[in-house]
Design a protein around this ligand. Sequence first.
Ligand code: GTP
Length: 597
Amino acid sequence: SAMQHIRNFSIIAHIDHGKSTLADRIIHLCGGLSDREMEEQVLDSMDIERERGITIKAQTAALRYKARDGQVYNLNLIDTPGHVDFSYEVSRSLSACEGALLVVDASQGVEAQTVANCYTAIDLGVEVVPVLNKIDLPSAAPETAKQEIEDVIGIDASEAILASAKTGVGVEDIIEAIIERIPAPQGNPEAPLKALVIDSWFDNYVGVVMLVRVVDGALRPKDKIRLMATNASYLCEQVGVFTPKALQRDVLSAGEVGYIISGIKELQAAQVGDTVTLIEKPATEPLPGFKEIKSQVFAGLYPVESNQYDSLRESLEKLKLNDASLHYEPEVSQALGFGFRCGFLGLLHMEIVQERLEREFDQDLITTAPTVIYEVVMRDGTIVPVENPAKLPEQTKVEEIREPIITITVFVPQEYLGNVITLCNQKRGNQVDMTYHGRQVQLVYEMPMAEVVMDFFDKLKSVSRGYASLDYEFKEFRAADVVKLDVLINGDKVDALSMIVHRANSVYRGRELASKMRQLIPRQMYDVAIQAAIGSNIIARENVKAMRKDVLAKCYGGDITRKKKLLEKQKAGKKRMKQVGTVEIPQEAFLAVLRIG
Ligand code: GTP
């Protein structure tokens, strides 16, 4: 049957091990791309992704390949993102596949996300095909890498394929292995339609596009469909596949991966994880969906100019159409006015959202310091989630504050082990496990998530010269001795600058924060007093001296271009300033907390 000739697969890898390069090679070999298109990495389609070199949104390519056995196969490559923030998207993509290529950089060996992603694949029952990439590098050590795959992950790597996505060596072998080792999809094309929504996004021309894996049955244009979770029905207008370009088809059948366009206007109606069925001949049970993704990191986003609030709201609405993992709700800050509290998957996700709002939607934003979510147990027994430090209830009403604890796994070469352990201890980590795997050491710690969202990742990279890798997962909420640290500017508490810190290092943090802010707040017409306080207790004071009156006067009469430049510079700088009372506070000052140990 046709299904015998289908292979659905993903590529999983640690960041930078060559996933996108290999994907492009495979697409190229299957004739999906011209040489010129090959120059650009097509699967990473968003601008920001290209610049940062990371894959954010899962994409697919339906490919045709004539194998050595003379038969033509339909290969569906479903791309997965490589960064720790987006690991839930990896499991989404994998659940549409029967197999996955596990790409390991032969000069680096196994890293934290190699392991995390591979376990996700194994848990989902996906066949894993190990590939050792970058064998063109002089430093490649494929035998060592194989050993690491066996020791650390515990899967057989004896048949691992040696390849170079850069030169193309081994890529054909990889495709043959996909055909030989990955099972064809199973499913019944005659049964009632069951198609799993793997992804959905909003397109300005056609409305919502759903990427689906058809498990049973078949779907054609003009069929009446129903989404089983929402129970809403639509007319199927178009089905097709991505090659990676969109290509219309007459039918999508069991085993296939493709898109559906059906006049859906709102993304909420096409939830990822939902099951599409036919109204005429409906499935009785939906497919198991995906667990809901929860925001891990929260921050306030405010327009620099308060009259831009509506525009920011519209931009967020639009952005959310393409990024279902972004959450936001209106929030009012005394200091910053009207804005939004947004929930993100992690710090990187937050940066990407911020950047897209600024670049694609032309918004000028002030972002407050990121925070995790706390569980506050009140004296009356109720539990209140707090995702904004300014909203921490009054101490006298609080029984206990619980903070999120995560389990982190770090892979680090032995020579940096000491540094990493010191760092983990500084971040209040508890060692759970330490295992030696040849040159690498695998460390497992439990750690407060608040410590990790701040700057742990950057610090880890710097103490290990970039060699350590990190993966983490949520463990539990645990009681913690934390307090609210407030910042007062000229005597007024600025709610947007409040943060929750551990009592043990609250005084240190308060002092550091005040001193950092002194450096970041530019001189103004009057002295600016910065204070850090816990409750009514002032723990630090700093002063920004008033500007000398003659800064501009110096230029008068003299060089006019120089004066213009100075004014322009001030104007440009102003974009990222927020007027709080009588003081102008720059964006960096709101994030000063990220810069202190
Ligand atoms: P993310 O998209 O960030 O997850 O990374 P990735 O795993 O897709 O890695 P990518 O394909 O972007 O490759 C990372 C870097 O390694 C790029 O600079 C590639 O040019 C390079 N690279 C990929 N494959 C090879 C290879 O076989 N040999 C060599 N020498 N370099 C390679």
